[in-house]
Design a protein around this ligand. Structure first.
Ligand code: FES
Length: 94
C-alpha cells in the first residue's frame, strides 16, 4: 500500500469537490456527499459503478474483475492516491 494515510480531494465533474477520508473507498466518499452513483456488488465484479478517471491516480483495494477501459475506474474498490477528478454516469447522459 502506498500513501493511504493522506487524504486527497476528489472532484466530481458537474457536481463538486469533496475531501476523501483515508479509510473510505472512493464509492463511500461519493455516497457520503449524497452524490448519485450506480453500484451493485461493491466488490469490483459487476461494473455498475464504472466511472471515468479524468485526472489523478487511484489504487485498487482488491483486483477489479469487471471490464474497464484504460481511462475508467471502479469506485467501489479503489482509493485515490493523489487528488483526482472523475466523471460519473458519462455513458448515460440524462
Ligand atoms: S459496484 Fe460492482 S464493480 Fe463497483
Amino acid at each position: 500500500m502506498s500513501k493511504n494515510n493522506d487524504s486527497f480531494m476528489v472532484t466530481i465533474k458537474d457536481h463538486k469537490t469533496v475531501q476523501h477520508p483515508p479509510q473510505n473507498t472512493l464509492l463511500e466518499t461519493i455516497e457520503q456527499h449524497n452524490i448519485g452513483i450506480q453500484y451493485h456488488c461493491r466488490e469490483g465484479y459487476c461494473g455498475a459503478c464504472r466511472s471515468k478517471l479524468i485526472s489523478g491516480e487511484i489504487e485498487y483495494t482488491t483486483d477489479p474483475l469487471a471490464f474497464i477501459d484504460d481511462d475508467e475506474v471502479l469506485p467501489c474498490c479503489c482509493i485515490p492516491i493523489s487528488n483526482i477528478e472523475i466523471e460519473l454516469d458519462y455513458t448515460n447522459p440524462s
